[in-house]
Design a binder for this molecule. Structure first.
Ligand code: ALA
Length: 598
């Protein structure tokens, strides 16, 4: 019987939990608790403090997880390979087993082999393993060789030695734990190969899909520092990663991961919406025929729809920086591929229900946030829909200009005016065998940031037209803060440098005016109330509240998500700060009273 993706997930957990005594821990969030990392890119991320000796190991010191991972931004990005290979994803589930100073190579190598050949039933003759060949910094992994060869019985010609590029893993960010690794490959057969010549198509020789790497055993024993230097960790640890999608593809004998039950319903829904058919079949090199291209667009959209669903469920919101930018880029990239399939209306949000249908049981956070995710994607699609056609026309003109290099300042304009992330512009440029002048792009971006930063320095809001308009339309702010420290209000205006704007995003510092507020405003130099505004879409820190012509103006910083006029927000005053201000205020009154009595 062929296993479903969900069964593969369960089987992995039970082998390590029930047979090998591991503690089963849930996946951590895609937003890592690690400032050097944009997104959780591997199963080991949640255990970095343990590997570094900064946190106590679990009890028992061996753990099994199925971790939500994203490799869509920063150093770990796989984005350009998606839809072009049969195995890459922006989001995927990583099956992992970990040892924190507990077992090491002699245990974990035979276990991996036993699980793969007995429990999953993969044919040993189709398996090849790799080990680290050694270099100036780290010696060859002879210990792993001996175990694969003598204990497990893998013939030496099927133990391949590879360099650091392939057989050394980590750290997941710029610094952190890492080590030599050993990988297991499955030979899917010559029909998947890129070349009949074994000198050209083989492990370590090409990147094609015939030999699929599906299991990575990292012997995590080193720490890489800022200077790139390696020092030994206190413990010898194990960090294993195996892509659920790849294992499922191998077991279900499909052409690519998108044809497994973990994906196919999403792909089918996209093809239904687009009114195009998925052709399938083996794609050996880059997609080139019209049907291969259509198939690759369907795959990219299916991949991205799943990724953005999971990202939003974990609290990521679109913005112009950080992970919010990654979410924006993936969403807009998927929207553009939708256009290429002839879909001219927002559609990605309709895929959320299909993703939740497949994954809702294993990840209940998707079910509870389904409506919010759908809404957030719809809004981002609608925002991009407003500018995509004009942006495409602008870009097409750029592509027609002579030469192979696209003006970087214009590419920046394409982002700032039409919302085309630079990665998307670059990708389209490459499709036309051109490239963007990235130095000029960065210069334009820096200049733009410089202007905004300078503007921000001199914020003048009193007497501004925006304030006058609000007063005329709505009157003064209703202040509820004498009786309540929380409440709900509607945003009347978001102001940046005194001007009304349509959106403030993660990281932006703006002024916010609502119809009603519990935040106390000082008209003088003293600080007003601080606290939080929030709704399902955003979280906003209130730094200060001031009064201007009867309006309470909140100086805020958007911490997550985006903020717009007409948004309804829940307000919570920082009660400790209020108490402190009130006490300070009262003692000032008492002092003045005392002075006056004199
Ligand atoms: N951390 C290792 C990987 O991501 C297992 O491949």
């Amino acid at each position: 019987m062929t296993l479903s993706g969900a069964q593969v997930r369960d089987k992995f957990i039970s082998y390590f939990r029930d047979k090998r005594g591991h503690l089963h821990k849930p996946s951590s969030s895609l937003i890592p608790d690690n400032p050097t990392l944009l997104l959780t890119s591997a199963g080991m991320v949640q255990f970095v403090p343990i590997f570094l000796g900064n946190a106590a190991p679990t009890n028992p010191p061996r753990v099994v997880t199925v971790q939500k991972c994203a490799r869509a931004g920063g150093k770990d990005s796989d984005i350009e390979n998606i839809g072009r290979t049969s195995r890459h994803h922006s989001f995927f589930e990583m099956l992992g087993n970990f040892s924190f100073g507990d077992y090491f190579k002699k245990e974990v190598i035979p276990w991996a082999w036993e699980y793969v050949t007995k429990d999953l039933g993969l044919e040993p003759e189709r398996l090849t393993v790799t080990i680290f060949m050694g270099d100036d910094e780290v010696p060859a992994d002879e210990e792993a060789f001996e175990i694969w060869n003598k204990t497990v019985g893998v013939p030496k010609e099927r133990i391949i030695r590879l360099s650091k590029k392939d057989n050394f893993w980590g750290p997941p960010g710029p610094t952190g734990p890492c080590g030599p690794c050993s990988e297991i490959y499955y030979d899917r057969g010559p029909e998947y190969g890129c070349n009949d010549d074994p000198e050209k198509c083989g492990i370590g020789k090409c990147e094609c899909d015939r030999y699929m790497e599906f299991w990575n055993l990292v012997f995590m024993e080193l720490f890489k520092d800022d200077a790139g230097k390696f020092t030994p960790l206190a413990n010898k640890n194990v960090d294993t990663g195996s892509g659920l999608e790849r294992v499922t593809l191998i077991l279900q004998k499909k052409n690519n991961t998108f044809e497994t039950d973990l994906f196919f319903p999403i792909l089918e829904e996209v093809s239904k919406i687009a009114g195009v058919e998925y052709t399938g079949g083996i794609v050996k090199n880059l997609p080139s025929t019209p049907s291969e291209k259509t198939d690759s667009y369907l795959k990219i959209i299916a991949d991205h729809a799943r990724a953005i669903t999971f990202l939003i469920a974990d609290g990521v919101r679109t913005s112009n920086i950080g992970r919010g930018y990654v979410l924006r880029f993936i969403t807009r990239r998927a929207a553009r591929f939708g256009r290429l399939l002839g879909i001219d209306k927002p559609f990605l949000h309709k895929l959320v229900a299909v993703v939740v249908g497949i994954y809702g049981e294993a990840y209940p956070e998707l079910k509870s946030a389904e409506a919010l995710i759908t809404q957030a994607i719809r809004e981002e699609e609608e925002r991009f829909a407003k500018t995509i056609d004009r942006g495409m026309a602008f870009l097409e003109d750029l592509l027609k200009e002579a030469g192979n290099i696209i003006d970087g300042a214009k590419a920046f304009n394409l982002y700032s005016t039409y919302g085309f992330p630079i990665e998307l512009t670059n990708e389209i440029a490459i499709e036309h065998e051109k490239s963007v002048d990235m130095d000029a792009y960065r210069k334009a971006k820096e200049e733009h940031a410089g202007v905004s930063a300078a503007d921000q320095f001199n914020v003048v809001i009193t007497g501004d037209e925006a304030i006058g308009g609000i007063l005329r339309e709505h009157g003064t702010t209703e202040f509820t803060g004498y009786d309540h420290l929380s409440g709900e209000g509607t945003v009347l205006a978001v102001l940046k440098n005194g001007k009304a704007i349509d959106e403030a995003q993660e990281g932006d510092e703006v002024d916010l005016i609502l119809n009603t507020t519990p935040f106390y405003a000082e008209s003088g130099g003293q600080l007003g109330d601080g606290g939080m505004f929030e709704n399902d879409e955003c979280r906003v820190l209130v730094i200060d509240t001031k009064k201007h012509e009867g309006l309470h103006v909140h100086r805020v910083r958007v911490q997550a998500g985006a903020l717009h006029p007409k948004d309804k927000l829940k307000a919570t005053v920082d009660s400790e700060k209020r108490l402190h201000t009130v006490l300070h205020h009262s003692s000032a009154h008492l002092f003045h009273a005392a002075v006056r009595r004199d």
